[in-house]
Design a protein around this ligand. Structure first.
Ligand code: MG
Ligand code: MG
Length: 263
């Protein structure tokens, strides 16, 4: 299937239901992983938990093999913004860990992420994580029929920059469906009223990647790991939304994750 540069695939109701089913498995997988987020656990153990869980739901990890990515999760600790490769590195008290998960089932992808605290974290990290999550909901509030993508971008950027945080420019949210990354791009920076018009049938991922310090990032020699240039921490949350005639539906949920974290 050929995708033209600016072509956006609009989804019908039954396709949105299938995407939601894949997203649900992401949520359940992240909840399973949440049980093991503790000091001393190697990040590749979390990856194994996730892969087994996804496959036990007759689904496939979207990330594994994607452009050669070697694992089922992206696990990004502290100054790693996104695309961290699971390894023998053990979680330590005070770390913040973004876990990003993709699931492919029935021809459609689910993809979303949550940033976890390992044990007690510093006040500065706690605020970064809380505000990054809040910025995601501010973006979601602007994701509605008749708005533009720039309204989402602006809502996220203006909120987090009010705290002096840096918004990563090099990586953005994205449309999702039969492919994990589709048009349109959803930047976390931008101007109100700019960008694509939001229309029913769009399904996309909004995913603020917010740095405590500089917005600038670098890539490790592994060609995956994205780190803050100043090595200060970064947080990442991602949800999937569908735009319909009736309104905006968030297809992803943190409910199962947060039930685990509450125990
Ligand atoms: Mg994504
Ligand atoms: Mg993701």
């Amino acid at each position: 299937m050929k995708i033209f540069n600016r072509r956006i695939y609009l989804k019908n109701k039954s396709e949105i239901e299938l995407i939601k089913e894949s997203a649900l498995i992401v949520g359940l997988t992240l909840a399973e992983v949440a049980k093991y987020i503790k000091p001393g656990v190697p990040s590749n153990y979390l990856d194994k938990i996730a892969e087994d869980f996804i496959r036990s739901h007759q689904a496939v990890p979207s990330f594994k093999g994607y452009n050669g990515f070697p694992a089922s999760l992206c696990i990004s600790i502290n100054d790693v913004v996104v695309h961290g490769i699971p390894s023998r590195q053990v979680l330590q008290e005070g770390d913040i860990v973004s876990v990003d998960c993709g699931v492919y089932k029935n021809g459609y992808h689910g993809d979303y992420a949550y940033t976890f605290a390992v044990g007690e974290i510093s006040e500065e990290k706690k605020l970064l994580v809380e505000r990054t999550k809040k910025s995601l909901y501010k973006g979601i509030n602007e994701a509605k029929k008749g708005n533009h993508i720039g309204d989402i971008s602006h809502a996220i950027q203006s909120y987090v920059e009010s705290f002096g945080y840096g918004v990563v420019r090099e990586l953005v949210g994205h449309g999702i469906g039969k492919k994990m990354h589709e048009k349109p791009d959803i930047p976390n920076y931008g101007k109100k009223g700019k960008g694509e018009l939001i229309v029913p049938g769009m399904v996309f991922c909004i995913e603020p990647m917010i740095n405590l310090g500089t917005p600038r990032v670098s890539m490790d020699a592994d060609n995956w790991t994205i780190r803050t240039l100043d090595r200060k921490p970064s947080a990442h949350f991602e949800h999937q939304v569908a735009i319909t005639e009736e309104g905006t539906e968030v297809l992803s949920t943190y409910q199962y994750i947060e039930e685990v974290l509450a125990n």
